[in-house]
Design a protein around this ligand. Structure first.
Ligand SMILES: Nc1ncnc2c1ncn2[C@@H]1O[C@H](COP(=O)(O)OP(=O)(O)OP(=O)(O)O)[C@@H](O)[C@H]1O
Length: 233
């Protein structure tokens, strides 16, 4: 099977002329099917920028990025939008819509599937929320949930549309130790059971144990990465 993520020589800078600031330098990275890779490194080392390039959220500059079989260098916005539909995103701030219930937030991720009626979308959302332990909270608004519960809703939402890849940026940053670990274990179990790879940016040493591989970045480069994935867990 092809690698879901294959990066070669990714170089990226913000700004132009004198303000130009190189942020990524010649980054190579391959993620295997079903693999969970944690990206760590000091603040400003380029982790989020790399994640947004892989997620087709910004245009590439140099190098090659094949994501779910699509080359992103030179890809137009329509191609990037299509690819983004196959990616589940989870962010630190959970990005739930405050005026929708937990169930509606998850159902929204299924709207691209025209074959599903609204009722089916809501039923599927309820089933997914059950899998992350929230069946008692389907009709609550995000403000009525704890931070850990909100993040579990975003895990359910990211996996709802059966993405080929999950990208997570600091998903535990706002959580205490117990709920942070619980959320990533859930994410890991759901992803592993579906064979979905996860690339997760984190500063949080408490969750390193969920990874198949930890990749460290420093100053826009990958340093000290384990080249091979660890034995599958
Ligand atoms: N939109 C932008 N315009 C200009 N510079 C930016 C922009 N986004 C990020 N940067 C700069 O690029 C560098 C890398 O940022 P990035 O967010 O990728 O790092 P990071 O490793 O994810 O950091 P953190 O862990 O603090 O989130 C930083 O110096 C940052 O200030």
């Amino acid at each position: 099977m092809d690698s879901p993520v294959e990066l070669r020589g990714i170089t990226f800078a913000y700004g132009e002329g004198e303000l130009r600031k190189a942020v990524l330098r010649d980054v190579d990275l391959t993620v295997a099917p079903g693999e969970i890779v944690l990206l760590t490194g000091p603040s400003g080392s380029g982790k989020t920028t790399l994640l947004t390039l892989i997620g087709a959220l910004r245009a590439m500059q140099e190098g090659s990025a094949r994501v779910l079989g699509q080359e992103l260098n030179g890809a137009n916005e329509a191609t990037r939008v299509r690819l983004r539909r196959n990616i589940g995103f989870i962010f630190q701030s959970h990005n739930l819509l405050g005026f929708l219930t937990a169930r509606q937030n998850v159902a929204m991720a299924l709207e691209q599937d025209a074959a599903l009626a609204e009722r089916q979308r809501l039923d599927r959302a309820a089933a997914l929320l059950g899998q992350v332990g929230l069946s008692e909270h389907l009709d609550k608004l995000p403000a009525q949930l704890s931070g850990g519960q909100r993040q579990r809703v975003s895990v359910a939402r990211a996996l709802a549309a059966e993405p080929g890849l999950v990208l997570a940026d600091e998903p535990t940053a706002a959580l205490d130790k117990a709920s942070g670990h619980e959320v990533v274990m859930l994410l890991r179990d759901l992803a592993k059971s579906r064979g979905v790879p996860i690339l997760l940016v984190t500063h949080d040493p408490r969750i390193l144990d969920i990874a198949d591989r930890v990749v460290a970045m420093e100053d826009g480069r990958i340093v000290g990465a384990s080249a091979e994935r660890n034995a599958a867990r």
